[in-house]
Design a protein around this ligand. Sequence first.
Ligand SMILES: [Fe+2]
Length: 560
Amino acid sequence: MYTLGIWDGHDAGVAVLEDDKIVFAINEERLTKRKLEVGYPVNSISFALSYLHLKPTDFDNVAASTSDSGKTMSRYIPQLAKNYYMFRRRKVDRPRFEDLRRYSKYATTEGAPNPVSVLLTKQYYRQKLEKAGFKDYKLSIVDHHAAHAATAAYPSGLKKQLVVTMDGVGDGLSGTISIFNGKERELLSRIPARDSLGLFYEQATNLMGMRELEDEGKVMALSNYATPVPDEKNKLLPFFSVDGMKVISRYNTIDRYNMLKKVMWGTEREEFAYMVQATLEKHLKELVQNSIDETGVKNVSMAGGVFSNVKANMHVKEMSKSWFVFPHMGDGGLAMGSAMQANYTEKGIARYKLEDVYLGPEYSENEIQAALKKSRLGYEKIEDPSSYAGDLISSDRIGFWYQGRMEYGPRALGNRSIITSATNKDARYKLNMCIKNRSWFQPFCPSLLAEESERFFEDAAQTNRFMTMGYRIRQEYKDIIVAVKNVDDTARPQMLESENPRYRMLIKKVKDNTGLGIILNTSFNMHGSPLVNTPEEAVQTYNSAKPDFMIIGDYLVEKK
Ligand SMILES: [Fe+2]
């Protein structure tokens, strides 16, 4: 029997577990093509069932998460979430009472669940599921941070571990700290929504003219371009303090937003980004260090949107013995978290092997051929796609690489990737300006053979398959792998082991050609669009971006 996890908020989606196996996961954005889609993931549910040839009656457990009153209200009035989505993404004109709208969002989302909101959430799910044909299943409504914690703890492979969750807000909280000993999770600290470092970062992102819940990575990237601001001059640092395993915000959420505005008024953009990033790093570092000191547990697992910040994560890497960041750390991972937590409560399952994140759909050779035929592009079948691509990118060509099952989570890890050489000096400009239409200051990341990790990076004793951690580039490679380094000489690498043989062969070919087992890898999509899913989307993206080549399955399309 199977467990279905559903998440119907920001970056909605589903996950399917068959006991202790993760069999499928997808987010609604990949099907509707609206980035970070919100609302009940009707497409993902029906897609998952048909892809896996399952009937609703094959599920004995269904799990969802978050039942605070704000979320519950948006379930009964879905237009609220849909309107906010358009407002948040700046797809509508600036409303007259913009701040008021924001304040009312803060006011409605910060409350904890109550018996009525829980009851209404259950009723909502029962109606939806029964209409879709689900019968004789156990419905679990999992706490928001318990779902994040489940994704941090259960697939981490760590024994006794400190589990840290941190995000904007969910079910009245912005973070939790607990200990998981392999069997039970003991909650040690709950950080209220009011004291949210995640929400602080979102507010700053928004004030900088970017989209909160989406562009926080840009703020982090921009912060590297500032002249460092000393702590005593960082006016944002006193916004928070840390006391033991608690974070305390000096202001409530609305006042903090206004105070941020005030500081921003007299501050350069890059400097402001630096101050925001430094504030997060300093307080998170102190919080985790205190937790390690108080508990004596040095293995740390993490989930929640704040841990998409790889620069902050680096501090945890430096202070822990072993660490794990769930690859789909934001709310997009909550369907998986709910399913895992329900499996834990109902079936006692507390371990998952997460070898890779190729958990989405795969398309057949016939489907690939049909898409190519329809496109009228010239194409040919090739013998050895990995070697062919390896040769092309060794001479700095830029290409699309489409293979196998689509990645789950925010990172493309070699099945829906745009690739080129890590030494390609023009790559960043060409990719940002001509192909992906991103901001000039956004860096690109490398994929490398895991066995080469210590060659290129300092402090790489623990490798990372999922691009969830920052590493410092060794001095001798700083001027060589220029296309994949951040301006502060760090990178966010994918260290590839045996989980993707075709992609590994490609990088090996590059190593044969150049001596360097490392390439540039960025997600196969245009900026602001979700990752490419189907072969048709790959072809469409090829037509609009016009890279040097595309290899899709065994087929090559090449610009002459
Ligand atoms: Fe969350």
